[in-house]
Ligand binder design. Sequence first.
Ligand code: DGY
Length: 440
Amino acid sequence: YRKTIVSARDVLRKNDRGGYTVPTDGLYPFQWNWDASFTALGWSTWKPERAWAELHMLFKGQWDDGMIPSIVFHQYDDRYFPGPDTWQSPKVDPPTTGITQPPVVASCARYILQVSQHGDEDVHLRGLRNAYTLFHPILRYHRWFYKARDHKKMGRVSIHHPWESGMDNSPSWDEALEHVSTDNLPNYQRKDLMHVDADERPTQTQYDRFMSLVFSFRDVNYDYAQCAQVSQFQVADTCVNALLLKANKDLAWICAKLISHHKRLSLSLEELEALKSAQRELRELIDLSSRGMDSLWNDELGMYSCYDERMDKLINVPTSSAFLALYARHPDRVRARQLADKLAHWLDQVKYGVPSYDPESPMFDSVRYWRGPVWLVVNWMIAEGLEAYEFFELAERVRRDSRALIKEAGSYEYFDPMTGEGCGGNCFSWTSAIQLFWFP
Ligand code: DGY
């Protein structure tokens, strides 16, 4: 097993571009928001300073309004489309996209700090200092979601683009995407198909809609208030909402640690007061997002699902995002049991869990990105949630499958749940990172 640890570290070293890590060479040659956060977990297992550096680099891309964009273009690379010259976002140094991704940075910072508590005194103190530097910028990021995306002020934030979910071609978006017009779409050339088989990527129809949305945001210079008016796609995603709730809880955890170590950190009285006030604010955000999550419970499916804000209805599509509510420690015992039973049933239909989409659905596609395949970062979060609710056997099954996939297929972007075959990009940072963090 030592050998696979060494090769997982090699993947991160190979994808290191000096302070930030690309998800994989070629297909994704920049720093991605949620990839970077998960990748930091991997670095933290043997180079804690490098882990914090990854997060600081990500925050170089933070916008004045608080948003952390989905991609930070630290160095130019023409192997990817759409690059900075297509986005033309107002953030220039470094340039970024004009949309966000699931907010997992607070949670990853929490786990990195938590692990550092059990090590060297010095590593822990440096961890606290790093966490303090990141604390207020992360809080500003969380506030941005409620300011820019909680359109109905009910604690349910929406995404304006499928890319913001990180689950680009999830079947949850199919119906909502039909309302996105491609009438004024200029000519463009996608580049992802130069790196990966077309069967494993979003279709051309989907891609046209992705680009139409980008151009509509560019037309209003990515102003968040105007984007809320013009976006033809507004969906409250179960994944983003569950992860934002968890992120608020984890930021509150960090806040409590910083307060209790304020002397070691030599914080001024003013700085301490600011933390205490942030602690109160975070409690309110947790309550708000908990109410938002409640509104995503779908009785018909017996699980959480996404909500189409424009059509004002729940989206009846069962995806693995629902199980992330467990990771957020949100459901009561009854709903948690319902989710666990559903997951157990899904696992009975596949060789390796967790499929990203209900394997009994006629549209299930075991190799097409988020329409069936297994993703290791999602598995880790689901297993973590299952353990928190003491579903130990089920958590163990997810863990066992995840370990087997890495061992048998390698560090792929995602995996076929029916055969265990690796798909998408290879030497993939977040897969190796989760391996290092989860199976030390
Ligand atoms: C892509 O280009 O496929 C990415 O997922 C967008 O973030």
